[in-house]
Design a binder for this molecule. Structure first.
Ligand SMILES: [Fe+2]
Length: 295
């Protein structure tokens, strides 16, 4: 029966003091921005309207579209563990083919791009290898697009695959070197190029490889992107200059010696990229105690 509901009745057991405090603190922060930085209601409306337009153009959730505004704040990495995005990327496609370790990502016979051999180890917070972890791997092609997202004739799982780490926690695979890319839908939105330019940001994201790591011992699956040391797009990243956290950078080397190239079966220069993941398992300490390792 709802006929005698008192419209002023609030159930005290439903009140969440933390939520009340956070909303108040958020308003206080906005008031500070208004008073000290000249923030206007029109500014806030312009920002939310732009986010809405981007969401409409890209089809990804509004929460993901808003990430460039604040995700750097919550990225972690202070505890010695490889910072995780904690959420799956909208560019993932499940059911990718299994590849050997070492192996090669599925690619077209004429796949354009500089060959890349990516390798490293998966370690827990004590520096012990994480064996048998499932590594989901995918990245954009040399023209900056992901396979399987558009009806463009590219095989669904092109440059997508998964492999399992060996007893030493090692992974290794051959692919082509990803390049910086701009989200075609987002950058076509009215006002986005201007907003990026006004913030000193590029429309591009630095080159990266997406990984997911799944293993029963992990406290949570790891989701994220590994970037390349020295990528000039990192400081002007569309999503923010700190997204490519120093703990997410792979060391990369370009190899051009003809004998070396021939020994690897390539026809031109190739790259190597080395990156070790440090991941929190159920027996890992709060702060990782992994020593610098060279795999
Ligand atoms: Fe990406």
């Amino acid at each position: 029966m709802t006929s005698h509901v008192d419209p002023s009745y609030i159930d005290p057991t439903q009140i969440n003091p933390r939520a009340v405090r956070l909303v108040e603190a958020f308003k206080d922060a906005l008031a500070r921005l208004r008073d000290e930085e000249g923030l206007t209601f029109a500014d806030l409306n312009a920002a939310t309207a732009l986010l809405q337009k981007m969401q409409h153009a890209t089809g990804v959730p509004l929460a993901t579209v808003a990430m460039p505004l604040y995700s750097e704040l919550f990225q972690g990495g202070q505890d010695g563990y490889t910072p995780s995005n904690d959420v799956e990327s909208p560019t993932v496609i499940h059911g990718s083919p299994h590849i050997d370790n070492p192996g090669t990502l599925p690619m077209r016979p004429d796949e354009p791009g500089t060959p890349l051999i990516a390798s490293g180890r998966l370690l827990d917070g004590n520096g012990k290898p994480l064996a048998g972890a499932k590594l989901e791997i995918y990245h954009a092609s040399d023209d900056g697009t992901y396979s399987g997202l558009y009806d463009d004739g590219v095989p669904t799982h092109n440059l997508r695959g998964h492999q399992f780490t060996d007893d030493d926690g090692r992974y290794a695979f051959t692919t082509i070197t990803p390049v910086p890319y701009a989200d075609a839908f987002a950058s076509a939105v009215d006002g986005i190029p201007e907003a990026a330019a006004a913030l000193g940001r590029s429309l591009y994201r630095p080159a990266h490889i997406h990984y997911e790591v799944h293993h029963p011992d992990l406290v949570a699956p790891w989701y994220g992107e590994i970037y390349f040391t020295g990528d000039p797009v990192i400081p002007v990243d569309f999503v923010g200059p700190k997204m490519a956290h120093p703990a997410l950078l792979a060391n990369t080397v370009l190899h051009g010696e003809p004998e070396d190239i021939a020994a690897h079966g390539f026809t031109g220069p190739y790259r190597t990229a080395q990156f070790d993941f440090v991941l929190k398992t159920r027996t890992s300490p709060e702060t990782a105690t992994v020593k610098e390792t060279v795999a």
